[in-house]
Design a protein around this ligand. Structure first.
Ligand code: PGA
Length: 253
């Protein structure tokens, strides 16, 4: 499974290094087979010789140039970064990144072979407007995206669940993930108020291939616990998960 920490605008360079070092020690000591991704703040990106993968929370679709306040490919290459988060709801809603801009960014980094964690998810009013409106909204976030890209990971993160302590019911997550798997067979993460107290249950849901964690991942022990939960579910071949996984419906619409 994939366990990802989005550190957002938290942690200095020194704090980030400590965080990554502690997580790496945990990964080595426990010999976890899970894929661990960490997305530090822009100014905390650095060179790490680790099994865990460092990714960028954002970058402009350019090698370099006149784009004040942005970083480009050169700045990622300096640290050997080949993983990027695209379409996070905070980029879409706070910074107003349009689907068109996200597609440009997606294609630029796709052509370079980056691992892309592409985020989708509905705001509260779309969820309240009913299933059809909600799924139409989420579908519009797939427009222009190569859903068959081999290095694609999708994260479903309902906007209203991010940083709020609210989550959909496990049944809702399963239903939406099952629907989204019909759009793309890429690994599908759930994100939005995942905590150490609900992570194991979320990871056990059918068609959940991992989690993208914000606030709760800031506690390195909690983040490491979540890696352990994924490991436990993988090695014990969790009966509920394996039984539910047989329901994966691999057709695409
Ligand atoms: P949260 O954030 O875990 O704090 O809800 C998740 C995210 O924004 O990726």
């Amino acid at each position: 499974m994939i366990i990802a920490a989005n550190l957002k605008t938290n942690f200095t360079r020194t704090e980030t290094r400590e965080y990554i070092e502690k997580t790496e020690i945990f990964i080595k000591e426990t010999k976890t087979t899970q894929e661990v991704l960490v997305f530090p703040a822009m100014s905390s990106l650095d060179s790490f010789d680790t099994k865990l993968i460092q990714g960028a929370q954002n970058a402009y679709p350019t090698i370099d140039g006149a784009f004040t306040g942005e970083i480009g490919l050169k700045h990622l290459e300096e640290f050997g970064i080949k993983t990027i988060l695209i379409g996070h709801s905070e980029r879409r809603h706070i910074f107003g990144e349009s689907q068109e801009e996200l597609v440009k960014k997606f294609n630029f980094y796709k052509d370079l072979g980056f691992k892309i964690v592409y985020c989708v998810g509905e705001p509260l009013e779309k969820r309240e407007a009913g299933n059809t409106a909600m799924m139409e909204y989420i579908s519009s976030q797939y427009e222009g995206i190569d859903t068959e890209y081999e290095n694609l990971i999708i994260a479903y993160e309902p906007v209203w669940a991010i940083g709020t302590g609210l989550t959909p019911t496990f049944e809702d997550i399963e239903e939406i993930h099952t629907a989204l798997k019909k759009k793309s067979l890429a690994s599908l993460l759930y994100g939005g108020s995942v905590k150490v107290t609900n992570a194991k249950d979320v990871l056990a849901i059918a068609n959940v291939d991992g989690i993208l964690v914000g606030s709760a991942a800031l506690y390195v022990e909690h983040f490491c616990n979540m890696i352990s939960f994924a490991e436990e579910l993988s090695v014990t071949d969790h009966p509920v998960k394996s039984q539910k996984n047989s329901n994966i419906y691999p057709n695409k619409e």
